[in-house]
Ligand binder design. Structure first.
Ligand SMILES: [Mn+2]
Length: 285
């Protein structure tokens, strides 16, 4: 099935690819993340295509290509391989890809692929949760362990917006404070936090893994685990601006759980995709 972002035909010379990943195997509480890519694409034609901040129309400058909505195998390993195949396709093209989950687990197969193309990749991780358990419900790879698996690839990770952790992650909270910016620290001193993000990213290349529960649930209630006390829309936009400056190669947006009666989270994500496109469009040579 294919549904295009903004309801527009695919560009013949796209600079941004949207890759829907309706991947859901390990969600533990509120289920439904596999419906997110479809619902996000469905609300997108309702956006204003013009960006009021940068005064440009991103699709005219960049051109979008939307990949068709893949049907995943019911076999977990096979589905991971399908994610890898798609990531390889876009990493090879050197096209900025926005992977739309699905659950957070997809970041691991994507990053495994991107690391081969960009060995010095830096991973900016926006999330309410550390996602660094070693094991969860008997499995090594799932939404609660994914960033630990990513770190085992020897990729540097900076986690921003953290406000929930398991006891198992206590040592990480204590020993790895330089690569964690808790939500309350970010909100207390935004300037210092943004500086830390910018220093971490350096000149890139950079990858952004955006778990939508980094937002405060008052702005993005449609997520699998809505944690109170999150970042605001404008705070996340400031982070996106820094990411775009650090040779961005791809990103994922994960963990949206659509609420059909209240589609504000899906709309927020569609808007976020257009926002980051506007920032990319402005920074293109
Ligand atoms: Mn999370």
């Amino acid at each position: 099935m294919k549904l295009n972002f903004l309801g527009l035909p695919d560009s013949s010379n796209p600079r941004v690819a949207l890759v829907p990943l309706p991947f859901e195997f390990t969600t533990s509480w509120l289920k439904g993340t596999k419906f997110a890519p479809l619902e996000i694409l469905k609300v997108s034609p309702n956006l204003e295509f013009f960006d009021e901040e940068d005064l440009i129309t991103p699709h005219e400058v960049l051109g979008f290509y939307t990949e068709e909505i893949i049907e995943f195998s019911t076999d977990f390993e096979r589905a991971l391989a399908q994610v890898e195949e798609l990531a390889k396709k876009y990493a090879e093209k050197r096209l900025f890809a926005i992977y739309i989950g699905g659950e957070h687990t997809v970041s691991f197969p994507i990053l495994k692929v991107y690391q081969k193309y960009y060995p010095c990749l830096r991973v900016l991780h926006l999330d309410a949760h550390l996602d660094q358990r070693d094991e969860y419900l008997g499995s090594k790879l799932n939404h609660a362990t994914v960033m630990r698996r990513v770190k085992e690839l020897n990729l540097p990770v900076l986690s921003v917006g953290i406000r929930s952790a398991s006891e198992e992650e206590k040592e990480i909270l204590l020993n790895e404070r330089e690569v964690i910016i808790p939500a309350k620290d970010f909100i207390k001193d935004e300037e210092a936090s943004l500086k830390k993000v910018s220093e971490f990213l350096g000149e890139g290349p950079s990858y952004l893994s955006l778990d939508v529960d980094v937002f405060d649930p008052s702005q993005a209630p449609g997520v699998g685990t809505p944690e109170p006390g999150g970042l605001s829309w404008y705070q996340v936009l400031e982070i996106l601006k820094l990411f775009v400056k650090a040779n961005p190669v791809a990103m994922d947006i994960v963990e949206v759980r659509p609420m059909p009666a209240l589609p504000i989270t899906e709309y927020l994500v569609a808007r976020l995709i257009l926002k980051i496109s506007a920032y990319l469009a402005k920074s293109l040579p």
